[in-house]
Ligand binder design. Sequence first.
Ligand code: UDP
Length: 407
Amino acid sequence: MRIAMVSEHASPLSALGGVDAGGQNAHVAELAAALVAQGHEVRVYTRRESPEQPRVVAANGFEVVHVPAGPAAVLPKDDLLPFMGAFAEHMAADWRERWLPDVAHAHFWMSGLAAVTAGRACDVPVVQTYHALGTVKRRHQGAADTSPAHRVAYERQLGRVVDRVVVQCQDEVRELLRMGVPRSQMALVPSGVNIERFRPDGPAEPRDPDVPRILTVGRLVERKGYEDLIRALPGVPAAELVIVGGPPDGSLDDHPYARKLRALAERCRVGDRVRLAGGVAAADMPRWYRSADLLAAAPWYEPFGLTPLEAMACGVPVVGTAVGGLTDTVVDGITGDLVPARDPRALSSALRRLVTDDVRRFSYSAAAVDRATQSYSWRRVATRLAAVYAAVTGRALAEDQTREAVA
Ligand code: UDP
């Protein structure tokens, strides 16, 4: 199949090299490569963010098209809505004149608007993945939510007009049902993990073998729960908390939230046990996971959450909050422990128990690798998505692929 991926703000190219990429960048990069490996053609459409970016770049067997919509500069994603009309026009022109896809897969709601507009003009079916939902963001961030005013209404409408909504976890199914998106519109296919890169064996970041290492990974934003983890640390004797994410080490002193976290650690008398390592290149992430005794993921909410899955694939047990995708990926008491969100006490006792119980950690570790490789490899995810694409285009898949998709 010819598959157009639409990812207006998150370029797969930043996941392949940069340090400032989030989950959506990695998701699009891995999915595109996995679909190409299965014999499909993929073109990713993302917004042009600098005048130096060539119109088309080849990467890992797929092509990235830089769409000139709005200023050729990095803009906050919440400011991109006015440019989605131009984005759709350019994409439709590309489809008409150069490369007509069989299906378009939109990532994030604004990409969905552009894909539906271009899809209608060119008669191309559209599959939608939200990655994050405005209702959830509004519930947790309240007035701090900078999303455009009608985001939730657009998301609801998209859910009804696209050919299929790909949901990534059970929690998202419930949210969409509450929004009025029919269950018959949804296909549940989780995100994946690169099990060739994220594996237990391989080099690890140096560490002190006598100090248990609790790792946490993500952008330096409040909702990732770092403050709860710092508050939990006094109850976990001897362990260090390493926070990977944000701007690269060296520029953290200028980062207001990094400063806030350091001040909190001082107040909790764990300043010498909390280390902000800064953002690291995607290629270095496996080394960091392998250096840890466990991964702590304490978000207040999390649409899917790639980092617990990456840690599991590296054989690292997870102590996580029971929110969003974590309740699907982490099997409580088998591959990790789940605790309520925003509860430093519960976090503290779960962390203390796992840090001090070698047998439990080893058993979680083995089960975690097993679960990540069996259920979340990109090969498996791409096969299941290809079945969704085939269904909306009315095509049949090769028989062996169909068998794997339904298995
Ligand atoms: N990541 C990275 N370098 C860092 C911190 C994170 O490459 O310094 C990657 C991490 O490996 C994961 C992604 O960024 O693939 C974060 O995805 P997640 O779904 O956990 O969170 P999001 O950023 O999408 O909210």
